[in-house]
Ligand binder design. Sequence first.
Ligand SMILES: Cc1cc2nc3c(=O)[nH]c(=O)nc-3n(C[C@H](O)[C@H](O)[C@H](O)COP(=O)(O)OP(=O)(O)OC[C@H]3O[C@@H](n4cnc5c(N)ncnc54)[C@H](O)[C@@H]3O)c2cc1C
Length: 436
Amino acid sequence: MSSTYKVAIVGAGPAGYFAAQALQNSQRDELTFEIDMIERLPTPWGLVRSGVAPDHPKIKTVAKVFEKVAAEPGFRLLGNIELGKDITIEQLRDRYDAVILATGSGLGRKLGIPGEELRGSLSAAEFVPWYNGHPDFVNVDVPLDGKVAVVIGAGNVAMDCARILAINPEELDPTDTATHALAAFHASSIREVHIAGRRGAEHAAFTAPELRDLPKLEHTDVHLSGDEVTQALTRAGAKGEIEKETRNNLEAMRLIAEHPLAGRDRSLHLQFLLAPKEIVGKDRVEGITFSINRVDGDKIVDTGETHTISCSLVISAIGYTAEPLAGVPEDKGKIKNVDGRVEGNMYVVGWAKRGPSGVIGTNKSDAADVVRLLIEDLKTPKNSKGIEEFLPADHFIINQEIWQRINAKEIAAGEALGKPRLKEVSREKLLGLGKA
Ligand SMILES: Cc1cc2nc3c(=O)[nH]c(=O)nc-3n(C[C@H](O)[C@H](O)[C@H](O)COP(=O)(O)OP(=O)(O)OC[C@H]3O[C@@H](n4cnc5c(N)ncnc54)[C@H](O)[C@@H]3O)c2cc1C
């Protein structure tokens, strides 16, 4: 006898699609799934649309995989529906055999230092979706009228923010950067961008390919002290053989340090062992003061000395936490879970499960592991109806066909301008594109 189970996946980012793909791949004669993917935005793809840097278009081609998953029988996209606003977790748990939360980590971690509330101090969780055209971040205030910007953090998100600020905006013209942000970058006075990490270079969370791209920047000099890299190598080597990832990173950093500077007017500076202490300024950011750290064995120790950089923009890129969801247990910025099991028929995948770590591909094996447990837990199918009846009759749901219409229109509008797409950034206009 064959059983069909209804599964709701909340969040149409990489983890959501990979969970759907794992369910599809697990189907056999006696086990099939009907999958409803619920997404609060009128557009799917999560951070592939609103996070991945516009000057890295190849990464975004993973969306082709997502569209293939969406084309499979039994899959429905239900966009423009927000869990916690339009529907409740109880309604989902009641109607579906299993609910998979794939809602990501949308909130930026705070620095927790004085001056963080000043104008010109913002989080990567605001800056990135602003330049990527996320409808909820179009009006973020990003003052670009000063010469110097500082990005706090030593991971790829910090690197993206710093690179986007430091390159010549003409390099962004043929990309899908949001129109309002592109105009702001063209008018920007920022010429000097610093990335500051709290620990040593050997502990930086950048990945080597991102570092290797830096010397290739055409209009920006990248500064990194050779001594800093040598000291990091010595410290890492003192503990025995250096791990492959660390060695690759430090090798990429050595190439940056050795790359000749061309005296360009745009510069990017990588600095380490600087812990943010205070953002200074009267009405807006005027500078940031760091405590200078040193490495003592496995510990990072404050030397008691400070270093101040005068700047008008500070972007913190020190991690993300999951947005709280009513009826869903939370634990240290993630959805509380054991190997992806939350409670009852509720599961979690992706950044909401693990926290903000790993590349897009990491979410694939992770989702497959959780789906395996979900299948083990399945009981008799509920055979209940979908969730549409919980929504007002005039609620405009973005299904796959409507999304494809929006997608095609954005791509066509971009083609005329030599861009991969021209993003519509207003929720109403996106819905309008779908209705037309
Ligand atoms: C700035 C940045 C750049 C990155 N660049 C790269 C890169 O170049 N290469 C790479 O491999 N990885 C990159 N990553 C990592 C990659 O984006 C993540 O691994 C991946 O997106 C995590 O997938 P996710 O599905 O868990 O979360 P997300 O991609 O965040 O998707 C979550 C989805 O859930 C939706 N949602 C949230 N709350 C609700 C709700 N209440 N109701 C309904 N829907 C909801 C959101 O709108 C979103 O669509 C980057 C990450 C960031 C932040």
